[in-house]
Design a protein around this ligand. Structure first.
Ligand code: GLU
Length: 449
């Protein structure tokens, strides 16, 4: 593991002390602070005015009760969160996650990552994240609606197109955003389209937003490969997950001539040597809201479903972890390296453990951290805000072209920053430093707030 500069050690120690029992948040902060040693060596002024301490402390954290009534007439209670991390560059911006694992530490890590990710996009958006420990699995549509309405009944007072703009994340897609927007509109009596992104096309959504995170990650990987004079044509790919990010990453990989042979959900993974049939995955996941095991049942033949192993045992040139945090471990990365992986792009937020990242980098594998590789989703959310503000609606081609340009710029900014700070090819360092510097400059300009 790389070292933290001794001047930054007390800052980390204070974060650990103040946020006890929040390992994912500690992990995210540690990784960024590890990159900042080279920055403060060049620019010691960043140590002034507790700037870095302030960046590590959320501006505001909201925790609230969400009561709702299930289909059996029973009252259920969940906990809701919104961590408004940093608004130096624009309104807080970031998704909400509905998953039983959600707690304040998870939301804080996501909000911290989001702040740097959003800065990297070059767009005027601050960082925030929210969610609930609500488990949508097996819930009826009516239960999902009542839950979303109750969630928004508390959250709406903290939102606004100039204040805080949530979107989706794990467990929150187009259906949930619709219910959340409906309740916000009802409570405020305002048709404030720019208060949420990931909306449906009929009520102010942006074309290409659904596809953006997955497509963007593949654009990023394609650009990394180009630095070694390669492209995706003919390469084998494995994409973990089968949600919104994974589905559209697989779609773009196939479009670029790659062959995706495996994908997964939280129960297991499927391997299809003929190439994953995306129409079937979409039907199972987006329409039926079913399990990936149904893919193997529907296909039969040589398709394998495995529920007691790691998807990263499947040999591939391109790995896109697109499920959840810390899903790809040191053991997995060793296996991938042994099997000749060329490039890894994080579609999810922080899916590789620190040990896994180190192993990839030491082996010379091209490694794109989530805050750079998966920034296409939030960047397209910012494009949605732009369309809402101008009461305009762009074509798919126009929007995708903007996304492609943004991903190219993020890649090049990370690469140039890594080079400038003496670590060519280190996209982790490049992303952390480039994101940090943009936030830091705005914070310096705004005074001690
Ligand atoms: N949840 C997504 C992310 O992790 C998207 C956030 C957004 O569009 O605001 O970046």
């Amino acid at each position: 593991m790389s070292q933290i500069d001794e001047k930054l050690e007390p800052i980390l120690a204070e974060v650990l002390r103040r946020n006890a029992g929040e390992p994912e948040f500690h992990q995210a902060v540690r990784e960024v602070l590890e990159s900042l040693g080279r920055v403060i060596a060049k620019h010691p002024d960043y140590l002034n005015n507790a700037l870095i301490e302030r960046i590590c402390e959320p501006e505001r954290q909201i925790i609230f009760r969400i009561p709702w009534v299930d289909d059996a007439g029973q009252v259920q209670i969940n906990r809701g969160f919104r961590v408004q991390f940093n608004s130096a560059l624009g309104p807080y911006k970031g998704g909400v996650r509905f998953h039983p694992s959600v707690n304040v530490g998870i939301i804080k890590f996501l909000g911290f990552e989001q702040t740097f990710k959003n800065a990297l996009t070059g767009m005027p958006i601050g960082g925030g994240k929210g969610g609930s420990d609500f488990n949508p699995r097996g819930r009826s549509d009516a239960e999902i609606m009542r839950f979303c309405q109750s969630f928004m009944t508390e959250l709406y007072r903290h939102l606004g197109e100039y204040t805080d703009v949530p979107a989706g994340d794990i467990g929150v897609g187009g259906r949930e955003i619709g219910y959340l927007f409906g309740q916000y509109k009802r409570l405020t009596n305002r048709y404030e389209a720019g208060v949420l992104t990931g909306k449906g096309l009929v009520y102010g959504g942006s074309r290409a937003r659904t596809e953006a995170t997955g497509y963007g990650a593949v654009y990023f990987v394609e650009r990394m490969l180009a630095t070694r004079d390669r492209d995706l044509g003919g390469l084998r790919a494995v994409v973990s997950g089968s949600g919104n990010v994974a589905i559209y990453a697989m779609e773009k990989l196939a479009e670029f001539g790659g062959k995706v042979v495996a994908c997964s959900d939280s129960n297991g993974y499927v391997v299809d040597e003929d190439g994953i049939d995306l129409d079937l995955v979409k039907e199972i996941k987006e329409v039926r809201r079913g399990r990936i095991s149904e893919y193997a049942k529907a296909k039969g033949g040589t398709v394998k479903y495995i529920d007691d192993g790691s998807i990263w045992d499947v040999p591939c040139h391109i790995a896109l972890p697109s499920a959840t945090q810390n899903e790809l471990t040191g053991r997995d990365s060793r296996e991938l390296v042994k099997n000749g992986v060329l490039a890894v792009g994080e579609g999810a937020n922080m899916p590789s453990t620190p040990e896994a990242v180190r192993i990839f980098q030491e082996a010379g594998v091209l490694f794109a951290p989530g805050k750079a590789a998966n920034a296409g989703g939030v960047a397209t959310s910012a494009l949605e805000m732009q369309q809402n503000a101008s009461r305009d609606s762009w074509t798919f081609e126009q929007t995708e072209a903007r996304l492609a340009g943004i991903m190219r710029d993020i890649h090049d900014r990370c690469a140039a920053t890594a080079e400038e700070y003496g670590a060519p090819g280190d996209y982790v360092l490049g992303a952390n430093i480039a994101g940090f510097v943009r936030v830091a400059e705005a914070m310096e300009a705004l005074g001690v707030i």
